[in-house]
Write a protein that binds this ligand. Structure first.
Ligand code: LRH
Ligand code: MN
Length: 433
């Protein structure tokens, strides 16, 4: 049985040899510049190398909108091929050793076999994700009018059972967290009783919470609208925070960047959830209008930096209960998903390293002296520092690619997958996966 094509370490090393010289030159130059600022560049390489973000299994297939989905070449057809692609991303950027699964999209026939397959590629499993926003073939009760908050107890019980099934699968896979995002809400004034719906939510979540193993966490994901277009039960961080407190110490609030109205100050929401000890982590992406699920750092890179500025401040000050889970949650409609996921992971490491470049003494001093321009310019100095040589050196020292995008394209990986995974190219069907 011919084995599937994989990018070899030798190929990566050979590609790196073509670009190593100028990276080292830039790295030397940057190191000299930092020494003048008493910054040790090797410290930042360690920070970059330690950064971790999980890949969404649903992100390696081409995404779409309600209008169309334009399938690409060599699309993964099952969870094993999705993990092959996640393994390739990890091989090249070295910061993505975990995958976040969505059930039932990725429901494994044999979870132990899947865990072994992933392990052979250096991959583990991050938070599980339930799905009570679609009806599955043969499902007894429809989620058309809601799931965990549905007026009918039987529908709520079905949704609770599905979430508990996700946790059971996750236990076999070695996952330690479960993310609950529900689409529940209304399209018309009067359609839902707001307070009763939230009571149903808490009642259902208490049953899910009770099914969590001791060392697990449950992540509540809020979203201000869509697919409900008048009211959404878990619509904002305040509601999520109230519920996380009500449920107990294993419940936290997950921030999906695209789940906020335009211009909402997300970095401030992050600071609040850190201060309240309830920050679960993130679904990183970017957006211009709605929940566009665009590539992280592609539209508002300064906002991404400001979010990491809050995270690094908390990290350096050992904030209580601070153990955020970082995940990407994107939909790749017009790019090769592997390329977008790699570049997005790189953008997160960039923002994290730049946030570690902030002169926190100068920033605090400016804040205490009410000197806003010095405060802003202290942040901007870090944000406008090109840390690309640090990111490349960190990747290469970890066995990855100095230039992941070019190395991936030179490898012809997608072409090989197109042969291995004959599929119906360019077929337009709607939906995100
Ligand atoms: C909802 C969401 C949620 C996932 C889904 C794929 O918009 O962000 O995190 O379950 O996308
Ligand atoms: Mn999300």
């Amino acid at each position: 049985m011919p084995t599937n094509f994989e990018i070899s370490d030798d190929f990566i090393a050979e590609q790196n040899s073509q670009t190593r010289n100028w990276i080292e030159e830039d790295f030397e130059h940057l190191g000299k510049k930092f020494r003048r600022q008493n910054v040790d560049i090797e410290d930042l390489v360690k920070k970059a190398a330690a950064f971790r973000v999980a890949i969404p299994s649903w992100g390696v297939g081409t995404g779409g909108t309600r209008f169309a989905r334009f399938a690409g070449e060599g699309e993964p057809r099952d969870i094993y091929e999705k993990l092959e692609d996640c393994g390739t991303i990890f091989k090249l950027v070295r910061s993505t050793p975990a995958v976040s699964l969505h059930i039932p999209w990725d429901k494994p026939d044999d979870a132990s076999k899947l865990r072994t397959f992933a392990g052979a590629r250096g991959l583990s499993f991050d938070a599980m994700n339930s799905n009570t926003f679609q009806d599955q073939p043969g499902q007894t009760h429809s989620y058309k009018f809601g799931s965990l908050t549905h007026p009918d107890r039987l529908v709520r019980e079905q949704a609770v059972a599905h979430n508990i099934e996700c946790i059971e699968i996750g236990k076999t896979l070695g996952s330690k967290a479960h993310t609950v995002w529900i689409a529940d809400g209304g399209n018309f004034p009067g359609q839902q009783h707001f307070r009763r719906a939230l009571e149903h939510y808490l009642e259902s979540m208490r049953e899910i919470y009770a099914a969590l193993p001791d060392d697990w966490r449950v992540f509540i994901e809020h979203k201000f609208y869509e697919p409900a277009f008048y009211s959404t039960v878990i619509n904002d961080w305040g509601t999520s925070y109230y519920c996380a407190r009500e449920l107990g110490p294993k419940a936290f609030c997950l921030v999906d960047l695209g789940h906020h109205a335009p211009n909402v100050n997300i970095e401030m929401i992050v600071a609040r959830l850190i201060q309240f000890g309830k920050l679960a982590g993130f679904h990183f992406n970017d957006s211009k209008y709605g929940d566009d699920d665009l590539d992280s750092g592609s539209i508002k890179p300064f906002q991404l930096f400001l979010i990491f500025n809050e995270l690094v401040d908390a990290e350096l000050n050992s904030a209580a209960n601070f153990n955020p889970a970082y995940m990407l949650d994107q939909s790749h409609n017009v790019t090769d998903p592997i390329e977008s996921l790699m570049m997005s992971a790189v953008e997160l490491v960039r923002a994290y390293v730049q946030a570690h470049l902030v002169d926190r003494g100068a920033l605090t001093d400016a804040q205490e002296r009410c000197d806003p321009l010095i405060a802003l310019s202290t942040l901007k100095q870090a944000f406008t520092t090109d840390v690309a040589p640090i990111l490349a050196v960190a990747r290469e020292r970890a066995g990855g690619a100095i230039d992941p995008l070019n190395t991936y394209r030179q490898s012809g990986y997608r072409r090989h997958k197109a042969k291995e995974r004959p599929g119906k190219k360019g077929v337009t069907a709607s939906g995100i996966v």
